[in-house]
Design a binder for this molecule. Sequence first.
Ligand SMILES: [Cu+2]
Length: 130
Amino acid sequence: MKSISSTGVVTMKKNKTWILIMVIVLLLAILTGCQTTGENPPLEEEPEVGENTVLIENYKYAPAEITIQVGESVTWINKDAVRHTATGDDFDSGLLGKDESFTQVFDKAGTYAYICTPHPYMKGTVIVTE
Ligand SMILES: [Cu+2]
């Protein structure tokens, strides 16, 4: 009887140790979880590709012709390593480096042809409808 009692005490101690280990493991898991969240690389900021977006890629405007409504804007995003522009009679993006963008609002209906200043063979058109 005495031996059973002592075994019971030992078992109790073992249980407490287990609980302690579980708590430590749990805390470590929580801490590691927090660390992992903190180490997550921030999402790279990509320009939003909306409906009225013209990508400049491989020395071309894509799409080369875009139709929008008065008051809307067009955003050009240069995906080339080479610098490009979107230059029309009424607007000029200036030289855009890789992943740089330029947005132009068009307040008047009409057809706006534009080129790239360093590469005039690059041609695009913005058609603005009422
Ligand atoms: Cu160009």
